[in-house]
Design a protein around this ligand. Structure first.
Ligand code: FAD
Ligand code: NAD
Length: 401
């Protein structure tokens, strides 16, 4: 009898962790991993690339470093669609590949909410090319200021004040003195504005903790507009609503970080979804498709405490990777599956390299200790998937990096 074909789509946090767990089990199956790049990137550090704090190499490593070639074939290609009833995956270059079991882990995209001008003028940070583009764009605008003396080239608007925006602003404000020097621009003419629709900033933390983090950013020159939903982006301005009136702010750099949705391949493949996230069964499979696991940012798992799906995070994606591998093994062996349960260990939000705020296992943390905690969490995850060699190679034991 031929071996069961297991195909994993996506080598992000969820997909690579599922691969690692499956390989460790040494099952008698053929594993194929598909990813569009030949490298894995740690999405949780994309803001460091977007702010120019680190080169992409710092947060990427070769997928082949994780692949055990005796068990797994890696195909570098782009997924076009999953034919879920035929049980094939259509790839851009390699055509259709069949599967008996599928682990779908294609991650997240930027959410535009259909707001006018976002696709043309908003700069998202969702992968390495888009994050590099944010840094490059801002540098080009600073360079243009010197040719034109037009101050809108020195104005940066960051849209939304979720964790991605706050972490980006945290790093960017630390990079600013270097940028000012390098491009010889007047520091007092730089504007950093963050526009948030909701009336409160970082409401998930204790009010004092949020205030600590936000004040750090204010001290470094960030101006916050709150309760002011963005309505439209133009080439050089952002239109927002304040007290029922439309207002606008000039900016040549508009960073679009108002949230994420799952991969558009979810909807293209005809799964029942909301914002490209599938409300999965308790074994992490798609409803009606017991051989298709959907994990990471393409999945939604209900948090019974809040009656809302858990937010899409690397933390849950990693847990789902392990659980999908366990349940796949159970299905192969005909043993009982284990319902997936999740309990978040906490959240840490960086405010720039050695500053952070967080709540971990019921304890509030701030300042340098919180930043160390954030790095320890990232290093632990890197070690578990990539191994000690990669942690050391990336210089990740340095807590002042
Ligand atoms: P991804 O990490 O997005 O991986 C998806 C993979 O699929 C990628 O390798 C991609 O190249 C590949 N892919 C996509 N489309 C295709 C295709 N069509 N064909 C082939 N391959 C494809 N979460 C936390 O828990 N803690 C944090 O501190 C944290 N910080 C964050 C900071 C930032 C700046 C951002 C943007 C997010 C952060 N998150 C954090 C959220 C976290 O990064 C995501 O929840 C996590 O990356 C989801 O993992 P995933 O494996 O589902 O998807
Ligand atoms: P988010 O959805 O968490 O935050 C987006 C913010 O943009 C929200 O505050 C929202 O109110 C605001 N917004 C939406 N539309 C707007 C509009 N029209 N005008 C103004 N503001 C608007 O998105 P994110 O920050 O990109 O995070 C995505 C996911 O990744 C989340 O689940 C988050 O928890 C996770 N993440 C975690 C960390 C961490 O743990 N340190 C860091 C980054 C991201």
């Amino acid at each position: 009898m031929s071996k069961a074909k297991v195909v994993i789509l996506g080598a992000g946090y969820a997909g690579l962790r599922a691969l690692k767990s499956l390989q460790n089990k040494r099952l008698d199956v053929e594993i194929t991993l598909v990813n569009k790049n030949d490298y894995h990137y740690e999405s949780t550090y994309l803001h460091e690339v977007a702010s120019g704090a680190h080169e992409p190499e710092r947060i990427t490593y070769k997928i082949m470093d994780v692949v055990d070639t005796k068990q797994t074939t890696f195909i570098q290609d782009t997924v076009v669609v999953v034919n879920k009833d035929e049980k094939t995956v259509q790839l851009e270059k390699n055509g259709a590949i069949p599967f008996d079991y599928l682990i779908f882990a294609l991650g997240f995209e930027s959410e535009s909410f259909g707001i006018k001008g976002v696709d043309e003028f908003g700069l998202p940070m969702v992968d390495i090319p888009t994050s590099v583009a944010v840094d490059k764009h801002l540098r080009e605008q600073f360079a243009k200021y010197n040719e034109t003396k037009d101050e809108s080239y020195l104005s940066v608007v960051v849209c939304g004040a979720g964790f991605t925006s706050i972490e980006y602003l945290g790093e960017l404000t630390l990079q600013m003195p270097k940028l000012v020097k390098q491009y010889n621009v007047p520091a007092d003419k730089i504007q950093l504005i963050c526009i948030e629709a909701m009336p409160t900033l970082l409401p998930m933390f204790d009010a004092k903790l949020s205030e600590y983090g936000i004040n750090k950013l204010k001290e470094r020159g960030v101006k916050f507009l709150i309760g002011t939903p963005i309505k439209e982006l133009k080439a050089d301005s952002v239109i927002y609503e304040e007290a029922g009136e439309l207002k606008s702010v000039k900016a040549k750099t508009i960073v679009w970080t108002t949230g994420v949705r799952g991969s558009s391949i979810v909807a293209a493949s005809g799964f029942e979804q909301r914002r490209n996230r599938v409300m999965v069964e308790n074994d992490l499979t798609a409803p009606g498709y017991p051989d298709i696991f959907i994990i990471g940012d393409c999945s939604a798992v209900m948090d019974n405490a809040t009656n809302r799906p858990y937010p899409p995070t690397a933390q849950i994606a990693l847990k789902q990777g392990i659980a999908a591998a366990d349940n796949l093994e159970s299905k192969l062996k005909g043993t009982a599956i284990k319902p997936f349960t999740f309990s978040a260990l906490g959240t840490v939000c960086s405010i720039g390299n050695t500053e952070a705020i967080g709540e971990v296992m019921g304890h509030n943390l701030k300042g340098y200790p919180a930043s160390v905690m954030k790095k320890v969490i990232g290093d632990r995850s890197l070690m578990q998937t990539g191994g000690m060699k990669i942690v050391a190679k990336k210089g990740r034991f340095d807590f002042y990096r």
